[in-house]
Write a protein that binds this ligand. Structure first.
Ligand SMILES: Cc1cc2nc3c(=O)[nH]c(=O)nc-3n(C[C@H](O)[C@H](O)[C@H](O)COP(=O)(O)OP(=O)(O)OC[C@H]3O[C@@H](n4cnc5c(N)ncnc54)[C@H](O)[C@@H]3O)c2cc1C
Ligand code: SF4
Length: 511
């Protein structure tokens, strides 16, 4: 055998450069399921179904081309870890080389390299051209910058790839329409009718995976009972079409809005399909840009969406590879508290957190503001251990893969990497959540109360955080005002907040 081509669960593209010179006469594809991938990294049932179903559909598509595929499913014997199974496959096939795309996770990359070395088989890594910015290009851009900022990277990417540009200038005269993209839903009428995202009734293969997951992983969090995610290339393209047609026009305006029982809002729900490579980010960006030129979506919405895909997604991936493995242990504030138990059940009295967690457990999805400003904000204000919080985020979303989960959690939500790639900690009190949602109207807490029986944990812990970090916050122009506002509180009020915060922090499981 010339090449044994290992296709990982997040590399499901027929256009993968690892498959470009595939010759069925002398090559074979290897795909490996392993229990260890769902247990070492604890995983929501819907997330396991997402990966296994998409992998099995992809293997069918390869076989339909007449390509040999050695597919090891979790039910096959002998069972074992991913490393064990890879080793067995290398011994069985004895290829001249194992060939594969760069892995999406540092851990997986190390593991595969180690197994190849131990078995004295050459390992050919192929650049992952799914991304518009290669790891090398990102490293060259980052060069010796101590602090990295997405906005500058994003503008470079717009220019380099000629997206929403006229020559070197941005279409519409502005690079950034964030200021127009922060509305909440109207308080009186709520979000109104939002077209639902494409949902796919599980086919026989997915149904079998769901049954297998229920049987093998009964104690894992969440449910696969509502599984509706795209698991094939065709379904992913349908999801993209629906989003561009139905929801992109309002994506920008309501990007930061939250409302009870409105899990998707106007968001795209395309992250899982993109992360598994069922969709290419270039086609996603092109479809959004085309909608602008066709006049079917306004510039603020299209720019806001493209910023996420061409800006944030590529930036986050670049930072991950630049800063691993140190990012996994980063803990700027040295926070050490345990994750409250209700993160896994949704049983908390905080209405905003409860709604975000319950939809997460039901679908494996929450949108960005729920992840950043509800669960993430709480985790930072409650001084939770970054490593425990990171494990939770990696487990709980269908789109979770470490290259994207970790920088978002450690860097964006928890400020665990300090100012390395975010200019300030993203902390907010209950007032922010109240402004952006209807959650507070149905809550046992009151966002305006800093202390007392109905004090909102976000509000109390926010002021506690500001007081603890006042010197650092004062010296940063982006947070100086937060620290200045502290001086409006009397000594008595500040003492009451400290007392209230101490009670809350020592009883996190009861909130
Ligand atoms: C604490 C935390 C953890 C996160 N973990 C993950 C994760 O495991 N996997 C994941 O794909 N995203 C993660 N994100 C980023 C973002 O929240 C999700 O990509 C987004 O919510 C997915 O929903 P959507 O497809 O509807 O996105 P939309 O809001 O419709 O955005 C469009 C696309 O832009 C990309 N995108 C948007 N924001 C980001 C971002 N900050 N980083 C990278 N890509 C982005 C995604 O591909 C997304 O599909 C995390 C964010 C936070 C704050
Ligand atoms: S009052 Fe506080 S805890 Fe309750 S929903 Fe509002 S922000 Fe969340």
């Amino acid at each position: 055998m010339r090449h044994l081509i290992l296709v990982l669960g997040d590399q499901l593209s027929m256009n993968s450069p690892a498959l470009s010179d595939f010759d069925p006469a002398q090559d074979a594809v290897l795909m490996i399921e392993a229990d260890s991938e769902a247990t070492e990294v604890w995983s929501h049932k819907a997330r396991i179904v997402m990966f296994l179903s998409a992998m099995r559909h992809f293997a069918e598509a390869l076989r339909a081309r007449g390509w040999p595929v050695d597919y090891l499913s979790i039910a096959d014997q002998p069972s074992g870890s991913f490393a064990f199974r890879l080793e067995q496959a290398l011994q069985k096939h004895r290829p001249k080389a194992l060939k594969l795309l760069e892995a999406g996770e540092f851990r997986m990359q190390q593991l595969i390299a180690d197994v190849c070395e131990a078995n004295q088989i050459a390992c050919h890594w192929v650049d992952d051209t799914h991304f518009l910015c290669s790891r090398t290009e990102f490293a060259a851009w980052a060069n010796s910058k101590r602090e990295l900022r997405m906005e500058f990277f994003y503008r470079e990417m717009r220019k380099r790839h000629q997206v929403l540009t006229q020559g070197r200038e941005p279409v519409g005269g502005q690079w950034n329409f964030d200021a127009e993209n922060r509305s909440g839903y109207p308080k009186k009428t709520g979000p109104g009718e939002i077209p639902l995202p494409a949902a796919f009734t599980p086919d026989a293969l997915t149904k079998a995976v769901i049954a297998e997951v229920e049987q093998r992983f009964p104690d894992h969090p969440g449910t696969a009972a509502h599984f509706f995610w795209p698991v094939t290339r065709e379904q992913a393209l349908t999801s993209l079409d629906h989003f561009i047609r139905d929801r992109l026009p309002n994506f920008g305006k309501y990007q930061d809005a939250m409302w009870t029982n409105t899990p998707a809002g106007w968001h795209s729900l395309l992250s899982a399909a993109m992360n598994l490579h069922l969709l290419d980010p270039r086609e996603v960006i092109a479809a959004a840009e085309q909608a602008y030129h066709a006049g079917s979506a306004p510039l603020e919405a299209v720019e806001g969406f493209i910023r996420q895909v061409l800006g944030w997604r590529e930036f986050i991936r670049g930072v991950y590879w630049l800063d691993m493995p140190g990012m996994r242990t980063a803990n700027h504030y040295n926070h050490q508290r345990d994750l409250p138990k209700w993160f896994w059940t949704g049983e908390t009295q905080m209405a905003c957190v409860r709604d975000s967690l319950q939809q997460t457990l039901a679908y494996g999805y929450a949108h960005h503001i729920q992840r950043l400003m509800v669960t993430g904000n709480f985790a930072l204000l409650a001084e939770l251990s970054p490593q425990q919080v990171e494990d939770w985020y990696l487990a709980i979303y269908v789109d979770a893969i470490e290259w994207v989960e970790l920088p978002n959690t450690a860097g964006m939500a928890l400020h665990a990497c300090g100012p390395r790639f975010t200019s300030k900690p993203y902390v907010a009190s209950g007032a922010y959540i109240n402004r952006q949602s209807n959650y507070c109207s149905g809550c046992r807490y009151d966002p305006a109360q800093r202390s007392g029986e109905r004090a909102c944990p976000f509000t109390t812990l926010y002021w506690n955080f500001i007081e603890r970090h006042a010197p650092a916050l004062s010296s940063n122009p982006r947070t100086a005002l937060m620290a200045k506002n502290l001086s409006r509180l009397s000594d008595q009020e500040r003492a009451a907040i400290r007392r209230q915060a101490a009670v809350m922090l020592s009883n996190l499981n009861e909130l």
